[in-house]
Design a protein around this ligand. Structure first.
Ligand SMILES: Nc1ncnc2c1ncn2[C@@H]1O[C@H](COP(=O)(O)OP(=O)(O)O)[C@@H](O)[C@H]1O
Ligand SMILES: [Mg+2]
Length: 234
């Protein structure tokens, strides 16, 4: 579904990604972990075309998308939930979901889309007409994810979705990711919460200083305290 080959990326003159090779197969949940500053966010941003320069190959669903503008990448079925959730103040949950539909290339009826989302995200269904910014951080994160799901992405990329969120909602969120994967959505998850992420992931990559330094089956990595200590302790 997604294949990065020798992907390099820059912000201005700073050379951040040093040549990333990473693959996410259809139906997989893959997590990308590593210390602060390792380059995880930059990797997702490079996949979306949001770095100032990138080289190498980004193959998505059989097509090299490296030179495509961000909106075209969205249109091909890449969903991205950045670290900053960008919930629009003064807008209801329903309106935020409408925005997701407007931004997507789907022509589905709004009522159907909202009904479908409400089923997957029961917390949002109870709050459709509430001002979205009055919800808790975790609920706003759920909304950001739901808004990305409105366009039925083939690949959903999430950047540290559990950051700053109450543990009870984090558990709910991770259960949701596992359900989305089981329902056929391919997921690339960036997480600091290594144990939880490895608990639901199929495979994992570890980044350090702009490079992939380790890759493994998630269960094997979960059992490997030494590797986790070496690359993941903040
Ligand atoms: N907009 C930017 N301009 C210049 N350097 C940046 C920018 N964003 C991130 N960086 C640098 O890129 C490196 C990787 O950052 P990032 O991808 O955010 O890491 P992570 O998400 O793993 O914490 C860091 O050294 C960071 O300082
Ligand atoms: Mg980051």
């Amino acid at each position: 579904m997604l294949k990065l080959e020798k992907l390099q990326a820059w912000y201005g003159r700073s050379h951040i990604l040093q040549g990333i090779d990473l693959e996410v197969n259809k139906g997989e949940l893959v997590c990308l972990i590593g210390r602060n500053g390792a380059g995880k966010t930059t990797t997702l941003r490079a996949v979306m075309g949001l770095t100032s320069r990138a080289e190498g190959r980004v193959v998505f669903d059989g097509q090299d998308i490296l030179k495509l503008p961000t909106h075209r990448r969205n249109g091909l079925g890449l969903g991205y939930v950045p670290e900053e959730r960008r919930i629009v103040p003064g807008m209801s949950v329903r309106d935020n979901l409408r925005l997701g539909l407007l931004a997507s290339h789907h022509t589905a009826r709004e009522a159907d889309v909202i009904a479908e989302i409400a089923e997957t995200f029961p917390r949002l269904a109870e709050r459709l007409d509430q001002d979205a910014t009055t919800m808790s951080g975790g609920e706003q994160q759920m909304l950001a994810i739901a808004r990305a799901m409105v366009s039925k992405p083939k690949l959903l990329m999430l950047d540290e979705p559990s950051e700053g969120i109450m543990p009870v909602l984090v558990d709910e969120m991770f259960a949701l990711f596992a359900r989305l994967r089981d329902g056929g959505t391919t997921i690339l998850l960036v997480e600091q919460n290594v144990e939880l992420a490895l608990g639901i992931a199929d495979r994992a990559y570890i980044m350090d200083q702009g490079e992939i330094v380790y890759q493994a089956d998630a269960k094997a990595l979960l059992a490997d305290a030494e590797i986790q200590e070496r690359y993941c302790s903040v």
